[in-house]
Design a protein around this ligand. Structure first.
Ligand SMILES: NC(=O)c1ccc[n+]([C@@H]2O[C@H](COP(=O)([O-])OP(=O)(O)OC[C@H]3O[C@@H](n4cnc5c(N)ncnc54)[C@H](OP(=O)(O)O)[C@@H]3O)[C@@H](O)[C@H]2O)c1
Length: 328
């Protein structure tokens, strides 16, 4: 094991800065993983911008990144699994590094059929979409609405819902050109929100009843439109705010339909709880990952030393799927 490694830091300017730092040592309950690939998330762009001292940001320096895949090289006290040498994919702050320090509960084994470039792009989508379905109390046979479904994690959500036996998946996009993408991911009905009224289209697709579960990635008026599109005793879970965070809702729709409304943000979840969310997602989904029912859509793969291009692509909002950095 080398003594130093390269890691990417934010808080120095508009882009990440590569630095030589010490290879981490695992503490109790921790593991160190030799990262082979790491994937970008929307939150990476937001954090870079917030910390950029050249544009009025905080100047707070931090090791960037959230998700990764690679081989375990060291385990700390009290860690039974994973073992040294095991291929894992997981989530932790500071994943843009050659050696990643993580909580052993925050990784899953990588199925043999899956390469690192795809594996690193799965953990956020798997844990978030599966976690949200569990919060909703989803059961096989139920219908699911996924708004902003062409987003990286939304596409995973469509696949997960089908893999877990959803009776019907209704998926939304603003663009008719992305209809086929959603059908290929497994959506039964696609609603093009630029052309159709979301609530009416969902009611039309569900015999006027609405869906059992709505997973909302968009927020704003879209979140509000999910309430009357959800059936009595159903659940609406907000995951993302691609449009905006504020929403004016019709409380009659909420109360008269006896809806349960929740929000999830797994980046702000206690470590033990996150471990449970990840373990449950693994138990229910690793088989579906292995047999390709659940796979991430990769937009671009770049090498670790061209991370600036990856940040540029993320900020462009033109990516269809995940942006991956390979770590050689
Ligand atoms: N709760 C959590 O723990 C958690 C974890 C990860 C991510 N998130 C959140 O989940 C959301 C999706 O993340 P992601 O990284 O998968 O997104 P992404 O891949 O960047 O999403 C891109 C897609 O979002 C849609 N979109 C963009 N702006 C929109 C708008 N104003 N209104 C409606 N749709 C819009 C577009 O779809 P169309 O052009 O097809 O409409 C676009 O293709 C983000 O808000 C992210 O912050 C939450």
């Amino acid at each position: 094991m080398p003594e130093t490694m390269t890691a990417l830091f934010g808080g120095t300017g508009p882009d990440w800065t590569a630095r030589r730092v010490s290879v981490p040592e695992p503490g109790p309950g921790q593991i160190v993983v030799r990262a082979r690939a790491t994937a970008l998330n929307n939150a990476d762009a937001a954090m870079l911008a917030d910390a950029d001292p050249t544009a009025g940001g905080t100047g707070h320096e931090y090791q960037a990144g959230y998700e990764f895949a690679g081989e375990v090289t060291a385990v700390g006290e009290g860690v039974d699994t994973p073992a040294v040498g095991e291929r894992v994919m997981g989530t932790t702050p500071g994943s843009f590094a050659e050696y990643v320090l993580a909580d052993h509960r925050h990784v899953l084994p990588v199925p043999d059929e899956l390469g690192y470039e795809e594996a690193c792009a799965l953990p956020t989508g798997l844990l978030t979409e599966h976690g949200a379905l569990m919060v909703a109390g989803f059961r096989a046979g139920q219908s699911v609405l996924i708004t902003g479904a062409t987003s990286s994690i939304g596409l995973i959500g469509v696949q997960i819902a089908k893999a877990l036996g959803a009776g019907q998946v209704v998926a939304t996009t603003r663009s008719a050109a992305k209809r086929d993408l959603l059908i290929r991911a497994g959506a039964d009905t696609v609603v093009v929100t630029g052309e159709q009224d979301l609530t009416q289209a969902v009611l039309g697709a569900t015999e006027g009843e609405g869906v059992d579960v709505a997973l909302d990635h968009v927020g704003g008026p879209t979140f509000a439109a999910c309430l009357p599109a959800t059936r009595t005793d159903g659940a609406v879970v907000n995951i993302g705010r691609l449009d905006r965070a504020a929403s004016t809702v019709d409380l009659d729709a909420l109360a008269c339909r006896h809806l349960r409304v929740a929000g999830v943000s797994f980046g702000f979840t206690r470590p033990a709880e996150l471990g449970h969310v990840i373990a449950t997602a693994g138990k229910h989904l690793l088989e579906a990952v292995a047999d390709e029912r659940v796979r991430p859509l990769i937009d671009t793969t770049l090498s670790f030393d061209t991370a600036d291009k990856a940040a540029e692509r993320l900020r462009s909002h033109q990516a269809h799927g995940k942006i991956v950095l390979t770590v050689l």
